[in-house]
Every structure is written in structure tokens, then in C-alpha cells.
Design a protein around this ligand. Structure first.
Ligand code: OGA
Ligand code: NI
Length: 355
């Protein structure tokens, strides 16, 4: 598609303020071309055998000795970069409640959602389809409600979210602190290290994703392959499935591994900031969400990081030990700015900071 034509199509779509859900409600039976991904963006294909070391472990936070827990977390963070946790401290009924409120927001009338539709990062509640709509080569079959916690007040939240989201965010933050302690120990450091010295700040970007059923799922993606702009991401997914992690190191052995929906579990993954701070010991691994004719799929990603003024002054520096720094020192704000300007284009934002 010619660039000016594409830009007009993107603008027209964005101006509806109704997202992909709006297209589906209008009855589209073909995926519009702004959502078409190039064939190579579906690579590697799904026919590669995956070595066992790349299965995504489920870690029970309430069982085993401290040393065993640290070892399990270390092993996952150093290889696949993903694990699931159970007995994580977030009560079982709060998980479906949180998914339901995100779903309720996205399924409320377009007029009710439109006032929240924005690309202004200064706003603490942002409903939008594709944060990188105007930057990335192809759009994703997904809408998102972002909220910057704890800055956003309960009154600012859409009504559908007020009762549940603050409580969910509070408990996920407690889990984050427990995980930072395990990860600090996994690096051989004092339990409080990542939290206190490495500026793994407390801010949480809540992303309530909605992936409508897609009429032509082979042409597009729910989320393009990417790694996360966070220290850690804690993800809650429903039972539909479709989240896949790229494993296997060098090109020939790479394969997509599904993160199976485990009832009651939360998915945890290492983000770019933690890969940088750990000087590549922990891996911020690429993942994607495939589009599906079954849906909607709902998920909630909590990205631990701090946006805005508080972040700009905080440095991200690799923990070097006896080795050499693999990254130059940067700030959360600089990394985030680079990430957003680039959009989801299949490359890692970390490359820009590598020495
Ligand atoms: C993300 C992400 C996965 C999902 O928001 O960064 O990878 O299952 N989400 O929605
Ligand atoms: Ni992600």
C-alpha cells in the first residue's frame, strides 16, 4: 500500500476511537490491509522440535525451600525468561474478576469508551488500539486500556474498573517485590538489592488487552513479536491461549512455545530493563500473541517500571561484578522513549544501548 494511502487508512481507523472491537462490531469479514503482516513476520514456522530445557516452568511459591525457589527462578530467568507462578498471593477469585472488568470496559458502548481514547502519554488512563499504530509496519488485532498506577486515581478510572483494579494492582505489586527478592538472590546479591540499589522502581503500567475474534487470523497478529519495556511483567491471561515465546537461541533452532493457560496462575517474564541491569544474565525474551478466530481473548499485563518525571532521573546501570559492562548506562525514560519511537518492528530496543 502506498504510504499516503496507508497513513490515511490508519488515521481513519484511529479517528473512529472504537478500535478493532469497532471493526468487528461493524461486521468486517476481511482483515483491513493496515493489519496485514509481511509473511516473514510469521517466522519461524511452528514445525521445529523444542528442546526440553525450553519448557516454561510453573513455580509454586508456597512450596520448597528458599534455596530451591531461588534456583527455579534463576534457571527460568536465565533461559526462557518466562515462568508461571501459583500460590502467588493474589486471591483466586480476583483473577477472573480482573479479566471480567477489562472485558466489560472493552464491550461497553463506543460512546462510553471514546472519551478515554487518546495517544497523549500525559493522560494516566489511555484507551487505544496499537500504542505504535503510526510507527510500526503493521497493526495488531488488539485494543488496550492502559492505566499508570499508582498515579491514576480511582475516580479517573473507567467505572468498569474501579472496584477491582486498585486491589489487583496492590497485590500484584506485592508479588513483584517478592519476585525481586528471589531474583536478587538468584544473582548472588542481597535480597533487597534490585529493589533498593538497582532502581527497579515501583511504578506499574496496567495494560488491559482485548483481542477480538479475527475473521482471517493467518493475515495478522494479536501482538507482533517483541520483548517488554519493563523490569518484570506479570501477565494474567484467560483460557483462550495464543501467547507464544521464542526459544532456542540461534536461528535454526528457534521455535515458538505456547505459554499454556494454567488456571489460577500468573505468567512472569523478564523485561528489557532487567536484562540490562543484570548485564544479560537474565533474558528478556521475545514473545507474541497469534490472532485467532476464537475470541475475544482478554489479558492483563502489568509492566513494572515508572513512567514520567520520576523515571527520567533514575539511571539503569548493568551490575558488572568481575565482568565487563555490556550496556551503557541509560535511564528508564530514555529506554522507553526509544522503545515507543521504534514501535513493534521485530527488533529489540536493547540493541541501541549495547556496548
Ligand atoms: C504485552 C504482551 C501478552 C498477552 O502486553 O507485552 O506480551 O498475552 N501481552 O496479552
Ligand atoms: Ni509483552
Amino acid at each position: 500500500m502506498a504510504p499516503d494511502h496507508r497513513l490515511r487508512a490508519l488515521t481513519a481507523f484511529d479517528d473512529t476511537k472504537a478500535g478493532v472491537k469497532g471493526l468487528v462490531d461493524a461486521g468486517v469479514t476481511a482483515v483491513p490491509s493496515i493489519f496485514h503482516h509481511a509473511p516473514e513476520s510469521f517466522l519461524p514456522m511452528d514445525d521445529v522440535d523444542v528442546p526440553r530445557r525450553f519448557t516454561i516452568p510453573v513455580i509454586d511459591l508456597a512450596s520448597g525451600s528458599r534455596a530451591e525457589l531461588v534456583a527455579q527462578v534463576r534457571s527460568a530467568a536465565e533461559t526462557v525468561g518466562f515462568f508461571q507462578v501459583v500460590n502467588h498471593g493474589v486471591p483466586a477469585d480476583l483473577l477472573p474478576d480482573t479479566l471480567a472488568c477489562v472485558r466489560r470496559f472493552h464491550e461497553s458502548p463506543a460512546e462510553a469508551k471514546a472519551p478515554y481514547y487518546t495517544r497523549d502519554l500525559g493522560r494516566r488512563v489511555r484507551y487505544q488500539s496499537n500504542f505504535d499504530l503510526f510507527q510500526s509496519p503493521a497493526a495488531n488485532w488488539r485494543d488496550t486500556l492502559y492505566m499508570d498506577m499508582p498515579a491514576v486515581t480511582t475516580e479517573e478510572m473507567p467505572a468498569a474498573c474501579r472496584r477491582v483494579v486498585p486491589e489487583y494492582a496492590r497485590l500484584v505489586r506485592e508479588l513483584y517485590h517478592a519476585l525481586l527478592e528471589l531474583l536478587s538472590e538468584a544473582l548472588g546479591l542481597d535480597r533487597r538489592y534490585l529493589e533498593q540499589d538497582a532502581a527497579c522502581l515501583d511504578g506499574l503500567n496496567f495494560a488491559g488487552h482485548y483481542y477480538p475474534a479475527c475473521p482471517e487470523p493467518r493475515l495478522t497478529l494479536g501482538t507482533t513479536r517483541h520483548s517488554d519495556p519493563s523490569f518484570l511483567t506479570v501477565l494474567l491471561q484467560d483460557a483462550i491461549g495464543g501467547l507464544q515465546v521464542l526459544v532456542g537461541g540461534d536461528k535454526e533452532q528457534q521455535a515458538w512455545v505456547e505459554v499454556p493457560a494454567v488456571a489460577g496462575a500468573l505468567v512472569v517474564n523478564v523485561g528489557d530493563f532487567l536484562q540490562l541491569v543484570s548485564n544479560d544474565r537474565f533474558k528478556s525474551v521475545e514473545h507474541r500473541v497469534v490472532a485467532s478466530s476464537v475470541g475475544p481473548r482478554v489479558s492483563v499485563a502489568c509492566f513494572f517500571r515508572t513512567d514520567g518525571a520520576a523515571a527520567s532521573t533514575r539511571e539503569l546501570a548493568p551490575i558488572v561484578g568481575d565482568g565487563e559492562a555490556r550496556y551503557r548506562i541509560t535511564t528508564v525514560e530514555e529506554l522507553l522513549r526509544h522503545y515507543r519511537a521504534k514501535g513493534l518492528d521485530g527488533t529489540s530496543a536493547l540493541q541501541h544501548f549495547r556496548i
